[in-house]
Design a protein around this ligand. Structure first.
Ligand SMILES: Nc1ncnc2c1ncn2[C@@H]1O[C@H](COP(=O)(O)OP(=O)(O)OP(=O)(O)O)[C@@H](O)[C@H]1O
Ligand SMILES: [Mg+2]
Length: 371
């Protein structure tokens, strides 16, 4: 099947390490990545309105890969401006660190952010007297001075790791105020734990945008087709003498990756290394099995993923808002439009609305600390 193979055939003459590195570096533009990338690009290009962009999805779906792709594209599109003004940085990226102790470390955050902006014009206070406020002011100045357009915070769910619900509110307020003061768009990327932050305040939601980077779901016909396409494309880029027939095992690929392309990719990289070191000409089911996540590991990751997805599946029915505002009665009739509606029915229906336990504005209950 060598004629169908998409990797550079000369790779086969190179050392094993080069072949592995080729596959590790290979990035595929698959449909779910392209959908999320398009939304992110539009939100970034849209001047003004969205100051916070939440990008969330399951672990291993490819969020970091998407940020990298967007960063490269934006840098390329501003290439000329950057040549003319060496101090201009259109986009920067940091990973929000997991706090060592249970509380989020703002000092570490500011220093990392200042580190990627490396602004020679900003005088940092001497370390001994460094305060969060001074660092925040320095960061504001650096963001403005660099004329940054977009700041991507990867693993942003770590921002929610604070000791109390009240502090959680401060976390989002702090990012929001940085965005407002500097006119920089902040992309907060992370797992579904990020929803805790995004649900926090109505004001925050008004100027924020959600982008859900989903996995492929087997119950959806189109997703299934696309996932099989992903498996086939990876198959063609695995640098073996003989093209493996991964498509034959697509359901096993799905079983241990649950439709997350990044998990599948890391798994295949591992299997490729094992097979090449074995001197194998192609990838077999036994290589796949020996490199896969165990059932237990899969169950843990999958349950966590489902939990996140379920939070997003809740959609309040369209009349919930109208009922809450008193525009509509519980039974769907407009409270003010019909002359037959008596005062008694009105009072009744309002009372029954109060007793309605359905959450009506935000799909996920926030405010609790997860850290
Ligand atoms: N479209 C893709 N094509 C090829 N490889 C990919 C693609 N998307 C992700 N990968 C690879 O899969 C692995 C996991 O992807 P990535 O780190 O982007 O996922 P993530 O969603 O950020 O995961 P986490 O939540 O654990 O941070 C990485 O090795 C990455 O290079
Ligand atoms: Mg990541």
């Amino acid at each position: 099947m060598a004629h169908d193979y998409s990797f550079p055939q000369e790779l086969l003459t190179l050392p094993i390490a080069d072949r592995i590195s080729y596959f590790q570096q290979y990035t595929m533009a698959h449909p779910k990545l392209l959908i999320a990338a398009e939304k992110l690009k539009n939100a970034i290009d849209n001047p003004g309105f969205f100051s916070l962009i939440f990008l969330f999805g399951p672990t291993g779906v490819g969020k970091t890969t998407l940020l990298r792709r967007i960063t490269q594209r934006l840098l390329a599109s501003f290439h000329k401006e950057m040549e003319l003004d060496k101090g201009f940085i259109p986009i920067a990226n940091i990973e929000v660190a997991t706090p060592e102790f249970s509380n989020f470390d703002w000092k570490d955050f500011y220093l990392r952010a200042l580190g990627v902006l490396q602004d020679p014009c900003i005088q940092l206070p001497s370390y001994g007297r460094i305060t969060n406020l001074k660092l925040k002011t320095s960061l504001e100045a650096a963001l403005k001075h660099r004329r940054l357009k977009v700041f991507c915070l990867d693993e942003a769910q770590n921002l929610s790791k604070v000791a109390s619900g009240r502090k959680l509110r401060d976390q989002t307020d702090c990012i929001k105020s940085l965005a407002n003061l500097t006119q920089v768009k902040f992309v907060l990327a992370g797992t579904y734990d990020l929803l805790i932050l995004r649900n926090l305040s109505a004001q925050l939601c008004r100027r924020s945008l959600d982008i859900h980077f989903e996995r492929y779901k087997v119950e959806n016909e189109e997703d299934l087709k696309a996932f099989r396409g992903v498996v086939q494309t990876f198959q063609r880029h695995l640098p073996f003498e003989e093209e493996p027939d991964l498509l034959k095992y697509w359901d096993f690929c799905y079983e241990r990756s649950f439709g997350c392309v990044g998990i599948l990719k890391d798994w295949l990289s591992q299997a490729l290394a094992t097979a090449l070191l074995d001197g194998a000409k192609t990838l077999t089911l036994s290589h796949l099995k020996s490199s896969a996540y165990s059932h237990e590991q899969c169950m843990i990751i999958f349950n966590e993923t489902r939990l996140g997805e379920k939070q997003l599946e809740f959609t309040p029915d369209s009349s919930a808002l109208r009922i809450a505002l008193g525009l509509e009665s519980h039974h769907g009739s407009a409270t003010h439009s019909t002359s037959q509606t008596t005062n008694t029915t009105n009072t009744k229906s309002r009372r029954s609305t109060t007793g309605n336990t359905k959450p009506q504005r935000r799909p996920v209950g926030g405010g609790e600390n997860v850290g």
